[in-house]
Design a protein around this ligand. Sequence first.
Ligand SMILES: [Zn+2]
Ligand SMILES: [Zn+2]
Length: 730
Amino acid sequence: MTSPRFPEGALIGVLTTQPLDRVLDYRAPPGGCAAGDHVEVPFGPRKVTGVVWGAGAGDYDPAKVKSAIRVLDIPAMRAPMREFLGRVADYTLTPMPAMLRLATRAPGLTDPPGMRKIFRRGHGQPGRMTPARARVLDLLEEHDGMGFMLGELADLAGVGSSVVKGLVASGAVAEEEAPRDVPYPSLDPEMPGKALTGDQAMAAARLREGIKAGRYGTTLLKGVTGSGKTEVYLEAVAACLAAGRQALVLLPEIALTAEFLTRVEARFGAKPAEWHSGVTTTERRRCWKMVAESGAQLVVGARSALFLPFADLGLIVVDEEHDTSYKQEDGVLYNARDMAVLRASLEKAQVVLASATPSLESWVNVQAGKYARVDLESRFGPAVMPEMRAIDMRGEEVPSGSWISPSLKGAVRERLERGEQSLLFLNRRGYAPLTLCRACGHQIGCKHCDARMVEHRFLKRLMCHQCGETAPMPETCPNCEVTGKLAAVGPGVERITEEAQALFPDARVTVLSSDLFGSARALKARILEIAEGAADIVVGTQLVAKGHNFPKLTLVGVIDSDLGLQGSDLRAAERTFQLMRQVAGRAGRAEARGTALLQSFQPEHPVIRAILSGDEEGFWAAEAAARRAAGVPPYGRMAGIVISSPDMQAAFDLGNRLARLDAPLRRIGAQLFGPAPAPIARVRGRHRVRLLVKAEKTAPLQAALAEWAAQLRLPANLRLAIDIDPQSFL
Ligand SMILES: [Zn+2]
Ligand SMILES: [Zn+2]
């Protein structure tokens, strides 16, 4: 597709990142420009950047239309990318300037190319070590050879730039001239991959076929943990690179990136480009530009990598496609899995959705024939899926303040005697979810939210899991001022750790919870130690369910299998099923067959029974039928509307006015529920009121929502967020 060219002085429409609801008219700069070009334009007294979106509308006084200043020396935004941004904006009801911000989120795009000074770890040692110098050196070590700009390094280490310069003088930090934005080392798709088993080879062949066809297609790659999904989709990456196109692999968690990069290096001889919040700004800029200039063949990243300016994208892999972290819950509310499918369809690219426990949405799309499906049945190596059993907690004698049943205790003891590892799983961070005053019954809550403060005993703090507020653990009840009566109620992983250590004083007990590690790197290091046998009993949150390998682990004990079954979330059953399967899949990955024991007070619950029987297809069919009957996603459509304000009454008033103005929604046959207080009715000091819209699958929901919301002008301190296909119902 060639973009129309505009000669100097021609009227052009420029989309900027300024919060305006329209594309602005300018005149083409000297030398002319083309649709998609990044340009610098005058905006009031300032200069801002934007993208030429097409011909100008011409509805402005021609005498007042200013000329664009220049075309930036970066590759133009391709037509499929412009269409992608427009379609995501329409789908998520996001203003275009916000979409453009998402697509140009790299620093220094307006800078001229050339040389720049960068700073890395040098060979020398500082004459005298100070805390400030140590911070700089630790940071450089942590980023493993990566170069930083001076200001960036000083900022991240929290020191003045003179500290860095002092380190340069001693040779502890090296200052180098480096060309900006060099291409990434080239990956060799011809290098031999790991030997594949029969069904892995078959699965890889099917994915390669899709790539070779050079057209759009989505494949669900389903395989139990350890079945070799990664090896298989790396074959699709190899085929894509061999065809001269670019590939993108999305991972749900930064902590998984390091291990994945190592696998890519082993397979293709070099590391790929990285894009996530842990990457330095210098590297982000390099990644953005190289992706646009075909200087990066493969990008591994978080969901926002979907908005990188690929020159020729041939494959998107969404690993752990069911993972809830693919849904962006702040700013532009999009689901990266669904938007990956949209982008691939515009780029004539293939999508691989990999999971051991697919989302119901993907399962339904396979049933409907929209997605292909490839199954990996056998496990990589001799191990098989663990044996799963419930422990009926109604028949167990568990003293109050304890949560590990005698049956589970016995199973852990057996593992200890055999020198094997056990995992005790509880999806609750901290020590106790509730701190209660035994004198007056007061529950300690967050000052800013309607959430309870969670005790984190290891950090010696109370913490709000909604807003992150922390406070020291009080001695005295803040309500009745009686001392010594505050009691922890219910278990978190820290408390289970304490219980396990008391039950097995000679065992090495460790806890894996994201809040206990300062950095992704520290967490990763600890996971490796545990995998190599540094602990006998691991107590962990859902963090352990996410793709980490523990070869010595043969027992998984789920402390509270019923935890996810309560609550009003329509995906509660699906989430519980997925999480339990993933956690159980941690057991017995090497030689020994593992066991998973699920403590439950309702072992006859259909979800628990489905988990135990391992009848996945049966579970999905039953869950799909229930959703179809209720007309909820994926068989119906939903949108969540959250109104927030420092003033509760103002939020409710707006909600009620919106509810009365529901004609645009009624016209499409949609139902409106609410306003009601959101499940967590106050977050960060803002009161939250929620409305829920439910419509048939084919109803033009976005258009109706846009018309509906446009009827009201929002007062200054009220916010309204529309979430299409809400995942969480907070
Ligand atoms: Zn009290
Ligand atoms: Zn809070």
